[in-house]
Design a protein around this ligand. Structure first.
Ligand code: NDP
Length: 433
């Protein structure tokens, strides 16, 4: 804490991982001697830079850009870029730290990193977003490369932003280096299923957890927070597996639609019109919008937090438990507070932490890199099959690891230990690095 003052989210993420690692250190005291924990908690490189840009009225703005290249033991740094006013070093470091273990769990050759800016894309015109992205990439490009560091999207960074950034990278470097960014458009090196991957994968993971108790998503009422990329496609997969998504949110409030969410309408509003969730309630009779209380007050069988960090606290977790929730799988990164996690685990609710449950996005990014490297593009069906296999495999490995350390059903412990061991072994093999 003294070494990284004021980085509350980073401290929270590190504490959660370290709390799981006691039994690993007991089995492998050499990790302690080799200062493995200190090495994993210290990013390999942190880049902070100025991003000047001009708005449509000719006014100059200065934002701050970040890229934390956290760990490259298993492959090039890989992790998204977040554009949101709440971004500062502590948020990027927490996300980068989580990414190390998540990427390790996918079984694919990718290291961990994360980046972004405190730029707020909401309410900006297309040309303002383009000018910002071009300025951001004008500094960031020198740190990237398909063998070095490969960013993707995250909150506030979708296909439009990746397009502007890829265009600028290509222009500056004079290289059509498809593998340098993922989340690209299908016509220019993107992968089918990448848009859907995080949400789909989270629901596959939830379904696998439910299967361990002889249940499934089929017939379950599901609440999904957020209404962005992850939330929308989580709801789509819930529908495909026979469940009923009954609500979603944004930072202004939440919508409940007991008839089941009309995904075509929601996509129209969020992906095409870039509107708010209240617009959905205005256009659909069975839906109501509220900016009071919490989305987690609504009784459901399955909760999928897919918005942002620390959006589900201990009190809200207790309400979900009281209302009979059976499973919680995190589409977002660290959405449940430590108190919330404790409530779920004490109550015996199936709880899948983000670094395992939402790994489908980065896994499919790695599949995009594979397609780019072989100058190939795969069908939707084949790519989704790979994604599903990866998610089932992550679930099984996490569950087996938890069991082998005497904590059956503890997906937090299983994910942290399994993710850590592979990275630690690779670092050890490289010597003092
Ligand atoms: P988007 O920008 O597409 O959507 C974010 C959504 O969350 C928006 O609806 C936003 O609403 C909402 N939101 C933000 N803050 C709050 C809040 N305080 N309360 C309620 N809603 C809020 O981002 P993504 O869907 O890509 O990302 C969502 C989460 O998933 C993040 O934690 C991200 O790190 C994680 N994730 C994303 C992956 C991906 O592939 N995209 C991969 C793995 C994890 P508003 O418009 O009002 O801000």
């Amino acid at each position: 804490v003294a070494r990284n003052p004021g980085e509350a989210e980073f401290h929270q993420a590190v504490r959660e991982v370290l709390e799981s690692l006691g039994p690993v250190i007991d089995r492998h005291p050499e990790y302690l001697e080799m200062k493995m924990l200190e090495r994993i908690c210290e990013p390999e490189r942190q880049i902070i830079f100025r991003v000047p840009w001009m708005d449509d009225k000719g006014e100059v703005h200065i934002n701050r850009g970040f890229r934390v290249e956290f760990n490259s033991a298993l492959g090039p740094y890989k992790g998204g870029l977040r554009f949101h006013p709440s971004v500062y070093l502590g948020v990027i470091k927490f996300l980068g730290f989580e990414q190390i273990f998540k990427n390790s769990l996918t079984g694919l050759p990718i290291g961990g990193g994360k980046g972004g800016s405190d730029f707020d894309p909401r309410g900006k015109s297309d040309s303002e977003v383009m000018r910002f992205c071009q300025s951001f990439m004008t500094e960031l490009y020198r740190h990237l490369g398909e063998y070095t560091d490969v960013p993707a999207g995250d909150i506030g960074v979708g296909g439009r932003e990746i397009g502007y950034m890829f265009g600028q990278y290509k222009r500056i470097t004079n290289r059509y280096e498809s593998g340098v960014l993922t989340g690209k458009g299908i016509a220019w090196g993107g992968s089918l299923v990448r848009t859907e991957a995080t949400g789909y994968g989270t629901v596959v993971f939830a379904n696998e957890m439910l299967k361990t108790r002889g249940e499934s998503i089929d017939g379950k009422k599901v609440m999904v927070s957020g209404s962005g990329n992850v939330a929308i496609y989580a709801m789509e997969k819930v529908r495909q597996l026979g469940g009923l998504p009954i609500g979603f949110s944004d930072s202004s409030g939440y919508v409940v639609d007991e008839a089941g969410v009309d995904l075509d309408l929601l996509k129209q509003i969020k992906e095409i019109e870039r509107g708010r969730v209240s617009d959905y309630a205005e256009r659909r009779e069975s839906a109501s919008f509220s900016d009071r209380g919490s989305i987690w007050d609504v009784p459901v069988d399955v909760a999928l937090p897919c918005a942002t960090q620390n959006e589900l606290n201990g009190e809200q977790a207790a309400t979900l438990v009281k209302n009979g929730v059976k499973a919680v799988a995190e589409g977002a990164n660290m959405p449940t507070t430590p108190e919330g996690i404790h409530v779920f685990q004490q109550a015996g609710v199936l709880y899948g932490p983000g670094k395992a449950a939402n790994a489908g996005g980065v896994a499919t990014s790695a599949l995009e890199m594979q397609q780019n490297a072989s100058r190939d593009s795969w069908t939707f069906e084949y790519t989704e099959e790979r994604l599903t296999d990866i998610m089932v495999n992550i679930h099984d490995q996490v569950a087996t690891t938890a069991e082998s350390y005497g904590a059956p059903g503890d997906y937090v412990m299983g994910a942290n230990i399994h993710g850590f061991e592979k990275v630690a072994n690779a670092i050890q093999a490289f010597g003092l690095v």
